[in-house]
Design a binder for this molecule. Structure first.
Ligand SMILES: Cc1ncc(COP(=O)(O)O)c(C=O)c1O
Length: 406
């Protein structure tokens, strides 16, 4: 096996371009750091990249999920209504449903795709279901045929949690644009980053207006470009509503404090300049590992890419096969000794995350999510890694298996 020598494989990286640095300096010099023209430009470019009418930047991917769901209250949903989500995801998916005032209803996932078990969605629909929120976990598109079919039959909204799926395609369409809204995270380890942040995209203007209100405490302002914060000065609409003293201080709905700031948007704009390059390099790294992963089976397995999809190169999942008597903890430690950073493959939210215990689910109800929650991990494929790093990861996994078989 390659000597651990000089190589290390950190999980994530952040690229802060020269342009981002100079935009940050400008914003500081102008004294305009809360959401303004840079956030507006970031939104316009994010929307154009995805070919949608609207993008609304918020302060995290969790808030992107939460606010997208909270929009539904303006369109007939009631507090306590249900939202169907996969049992396995980063915990934010489930928390967001609760933050938005809904009840999460969990559906088990598929062991191979890691995504919501398409055949089990319909059985989870009740009279109180308002939405399905599939997650494109690890950049692998969820089965949107099945999700859309159930949603159409039962008149449910579809909000895609695309936090980890920048650049993923499903039947040629960008994920996040297939449902009613798509929620992205721009957290530091993600493909487009603003360090902390998130974006909701949609083609429906009326949803975007509510999103802009929700991110600012539910205030009555819904303009796409706020003249006050983008240097335009006097706002005609502010004092122009009959019977209202100051529209900015009318709060139409229960909102959140979830705005993106100019410095974050500047980092994001720098990333958007490099988007194709970053995406291509991460995809190359991921494909290199996926194409060679079969040799590690059946003890270890990963996800595949089907002809109808293109994976968003978020990370490389590594899962211990059912017949292998290997412990994930040993594998994580083995990799860490070789300076390969890893993260677990999250957990079954309802049965492995103590915060959700109050919902009353019992261990054993989500066998696949629970299995992945104890036997899966993921490692980085980011743009600062070269193929030799990917080879080093594969070599280390081989080394782990050899040692375990001795
Ligand atoms: C699937 C999923 N949903 C939501 C989030 C929340 O994003 P953030 O960390 O930006 O709040 C994450 C975080 O990475 C995620 O992986």
């Amino acid at each position: 096996m390659t000597s651990p020598g000089g190589l290390s494989v950190p999980f994530g990286t952040v690229t802060i371009t020269e342009r981002a640095r100079s935009l940050i300096q400008d914003a500081l010099a102008r004294g305009q750091v809360s959401g303004g023209r840079l956030v507006a430009e970031f939104e316009a470019r994010f929307a154009a990249l995805h070919g949608v009418r609207e993008a609304v930047a918020v302060s995290s991917g969790t808030d992107a999920d939460t606010l997208a769901l909270a929009v539904l209250h303006d369109f007939g949903a009631r507090r306590g209504d249900e939202v169907i989500v996969p049992a396995l995801s980063f915990v934010a998916t489930g928390s967001a449903v609760l933050h938005a005032g809904f009840t999460p209803v969990f559906v088990d996932v598929d062991l191979r795709t890691l995504n919501i078990d398409a055949g089990a969605i319909e059985a989870a629909v009740t009279e109180r279901t308002r939405a399905i929120m599939p997650v494109h976990l690890m950049g692998k598109p969820a089965d949107m045929d099945a999700v859309l079919a159930v949603a159409r039959r039962h008149k449910l909204a579809v909000i895609e949690d695309a936090a980890e799926a920048h650049g993923a395609l499903w039947r040629g369409r960008r994920v996040g644009t297939i449902g009613d809204m798509g929620a992205f995270s721009t957290y530091v380890a993600h493909i487009i980053t603003t360090i902390e942040g998130g974006v909701v995209i949609t083609d429906r203007e009326e949803y975007a207006e509510v999103l802009r209100s929700l991110r600012a405490h539910g205030r009555s302002c819904t303009c796409k470009r706020c003249v006050m914060s983008t240097g335009g000065g006097y706002c005609e609409r502010r004092f122009g509503r009959p019977g209202v003293e100051d529209t900015r201080f009318v709060f139409d709905r229960i909102g959140y404090s979830s705005k993106m700031n100019e410095l974050e948007a500047a980092v994001g704009l720098g990333h958007l300049d490099l988007y194709e390059t970053i995406l291509a390099k991460r995809y190359r790294n991921l494909k290199y590992a996926l194409e060679r992963f079969g040799a590690l089976g059946p003890h270890l397995y990963t996800i595949g890419e089907e002809p109808h999809e293109r994976l968003g190169p978020h990370a490389l999942p590594v899962i211990i096969g059912k017949d292998a008597s290997l412990r994930r903890r040993d594998l994580i430690e083995f990799l860490q000794r070789r300076r390969i950073d890893s993260r677990t493959l999250f957990a079954s939210m309802p049965t492995q995350c103590p915060g959700f215990a109050f919902l009353g689910y019992r261990p054993g109800q989500f066998p696949n999510a629970e299995y992945l929650g104890t036997h899966g991990l993921h490692v980085g494929v980011h743009q600062d890694l070269e193929l030799e790093h990917m080879e080093y990861v594969l070599d280390s996994l081989r080394g782990f298996l050899e040692r375990a078989q001795r």
